[in-house]
Design a protein around this ligand. Structure first.
Ligand code: HSE
Length: 297
């Protein structure tokens, strides 16, 4: 029996579009047992929506490892216990991919190195900012220019408030509405904001997150998909959020704070005013990723 725990992730972290992401202490579990035929059971989030057939994303990723090492994929029994809400900007598809890859690697007695697993995960997902923290934990920065490189930042000592609306946004749809070009001034501002973000996280000068979580590359376009976005952001800041942003491609909003209860209340009330039902979750950054959360027994 193999068990892998994979953390949820919040990609972009403000201005770090497709580059920066953070792992959060909300988990999906993948349990694998040898079996004569493929059997997939899903519990928790998405239990009624997720495919239990060959095209299940965890199983597809599981098979990728077999193919990579030149082996015929094997049928297995997969038990998926999900806490990560689907299509809300919290990395549920990355968790599925990373869970499948890490579980298969453990099943085959660890033929692939961590960097090979990351490369495979990025090839399947298309961008690294969810899969990297899901795999490695913490806050990750990735580049693909052209070789994939990934570094981890020190973990931050703040609570994370998530305001999770009760509607879904598919990442593919949220990417389609982005412009092909952005104004030069906006690009310049994002360069500055990312520098402030990294400074804030590396030196624990969290007051710099007010600038360091602002974005001009994707939020101006995607905020239209989230009713009340800028008002929620303002009210969260007034209630004590140090930095607020869209989580991944939305619709969840993420706030970093030392006063999580007040921020959660402000975000929920403001969303409600705009007719959006939300669930608020108070969580924190998760230092260890799926690579370190594998039990083989
Ligand atoms: N960086 C990606 C995007 C993450 O914002 O489209 C998607 O979860």
């Amino acid at each position: 029996m193999i068990r892998v725990r994979v953390p949820a992730t919040s990609a972009n972290l403000g201005p770090g579009f497709d580059v920066i992401g953070v792992a959060l202490s909300i988990f999906n579990e993948v349990w694998v047992e040898a079996s004569k035929e493929l059997k997939i059971e899903v519990f928790g989030e998405g239990a009624n929506k997720i495919s239990k057939a060959q095209d299940n994303l965890v199983y597809r990723a599981f098979c990728e490892v077999f193919e990579k090492v030149g082996k015929e994929p094997e049928p297995v029994k997969l038990t998926l216990k999900n806490e990560i809400p689907l299509s809300r900007g919290l990395g549920s598809s990355s968790a599925a991919i990373v869970g499948g890859l890490v579980a298969a690697n453990a099943y085959l007695n660890f033929p692939l190195k961590p960097e090979e697993l990351l490369q495979l995960a990025v090839e399947i997902e298309g961008h690294p900012d969810n899969v990297a923290p899901a795999l490695c934990g913490g806050v990750t920065i990735c580049t693909q220019t052209p070789k994939l490189r990934c570094v981890k930042l020190p973990i931050f000592e703040l609570d994370v408030v998530l305001a999770v609306p009760d509607f879904e946004i598919k990442t593919s749809d949220a990417r389609r509405i982005l412009p092909k070009e952005v104004p030069f001034e906006d690009a310049k501002m994002n360069v500055a904001n990312v520098a402030f973000l990294i400074m804030a996280l590396c030196t624990k000068r969290y007051e710099l997150l007010e600038i360091g979580m602002q974005d001009k590359l994707h939020q101006p376009y995607r905020s239209r998909l989230v009713p009340g976005f800028y008002e929620v952001l303002e009210r969260a800041r007034e209630a004590g959020a140090l930095g607020v942003a869209l989580s991944g491609s939305g619709p969840t909003m993420i706030a970093l704070t030392k006063s999580p209860q007040a921020v959660a209340k402000a975000m929920a009330e403001t969303f409600e005013k705009h007719g959006v039902n939300v669930k608020t979750i108070i969580t924190h950054p998760q230092e260890r990723g799926a690579l370190e959360l594998v039990d083989v027994g």
